[in-house]
Design a protein around this ligand. Structure first.
Ligand code: UDP
Ligand code: MG
Length: 324
């Protein structure tokens, strides 16, 4: 029997692009259904991430116009990763496979055919990997590539050039539901679940409308989340650096002792100041890194919910449990 596919799409202030891309996703469902690769019960699931514009109204209109569109609404903006998670967790009990994709049309939806094929051939996870970034600006390309290289150098293994465009089977999602961490970095966590995986490459296009919500500041925040979520290498590097500085200090002490013994004690004010400034700077950075991890532990211990769904497009008609 053909699998039921849910396309999970996070949307944050996307009123410009949603009316353009929503029919494209719907069309993709139609062609895949016609080819017999997915079941008729497949859906396009929008996750409204607390948008301040008309995004949710547009999703509701879409849901009214065609039952293949459904939507959930987060109670407030929680960020892209949490929005995707909310959608995946909502979908996992209703379908066999999910494909998460951004709603701006940047990721080539035609790669979905290959993803579904790979699933039908037995893969549970299929990563969408960008083959080229020619349409990105030089700055975006440079920062994005530095992002992946920096993550790898810090011990956070991620699939190179893979963002959050991927097929994940419900089987994997049910296991993934046991990963309770609040500090979410999906592209690093999904590989940890295991199961057979492969990747499909596609070329990334420009945003069809609207603006990116991932400025440099958010990319750095995502990189820090990724590293602290997947690796303790920075903490080990601090230890290594501490040993290195201690070694240098030891040599410095020897040198000071020898010059003092030779009666050539120098008025080394400048060099002392430099050393003190440098070492205190390094100490503060180290404390900052440790603080980053402690902050993450603090958030994890609270075990707050990772997403809160305030509305669903299908609640209005089904009205489950009420007046009964
Ligand atoms: N997004 C979201 N919550 C946010 C920011 C972004 O759900 O707080 C969604 C956004 O609507 C889009 C996807 O995440 O579907 C990727 O965002 P964007 O296209 O702005 O990032 P870029 O592709 O430029 O990295
Ligand atoms: Mg985008």
């Amino acid at each position: 029997m053909a699998p039921v596919l849910y396309i999970v799409i996070p949307c944050y202030n996307e009123q410009e692009v949603l009316p353009i891309t929503a029919p494209m996703f719907r069309e993709k469902l139609r062609t895949l259904t016609e080819k017999g690769k997915i079941a008729e019960e497949s859906r396009v699931l929008f996750v409204n991430d607390g948008s301040r514009d008309r995004t949710w109204e547009i999703i509701e209109e879409l849901a009214r116009s065609d039952p293949h569109y459904i939507g959930i609404c987060q109670s407030r903006n929680r960020g892209h990763q949490n929005a995707v998670l909310a959608g995946l967790m909502e979908a996992k009990d209703r379908c066999d496979i999910t494909i998460s994709i951004d709603c701006d049309g940047q990721d080539d939806i035609n790669a979905m055919d290959e993803m579904v094929d790979a699933y039908l051939e037995g893969c549970d996870v299929v990563y969408g990997v960008r083959s080229s970034r020619e349409t990105d600006t030089f700055f975006k390309r440079f920062t994005a590539q530095s992002f992946y290289k920096f993550l790898a150098a810090m011990g956070a293994e991620v699939v190179y050039n893979h963002a959050d465009y991927r097929l994940v089977s419900a089987r994997v999602l049910k296991e993934f539901a046991n990963f309770k961490e609040v500090n979410l970095f999906l592209r690093g966590l999904i590989p940890l679940v295991g199961f057979k995986s492969t990747s499909v490459s596609y070329s990334r296009a420009e945003r069809l409308a609207g603006e990116s919500h991932y400025p440099l500041r958010k990319m750095i925040a995502l990189a820090v989340d990724g590293i602290t979520s997947l690796s303790v290498k920075p903490l080990q590097m601090i230890t290594g650096f501490g040993v290195f500085v201690a070694l240098i200090s030891f040599i410095g002490c020897l040198w000071a002792l020898i010059t003092a013994l030779c009666g050539k004690a120098v008025a080394g004010w400048a060099s002392m100041t430099c050393i003190v400034c440098f070492v205190s700077g390094v100490q503060l950075i180290c404390l900052g890194i440790i603080g980053e991890y402690i902050g993450k532990i603090y958030l994890e211990t609270k075990q707050r919910p990772r997403y809160i769904i305030s509305r669903r497009t299908w609640e209005e008609t089904e009205n489950p449990g009420r007046n009964s």
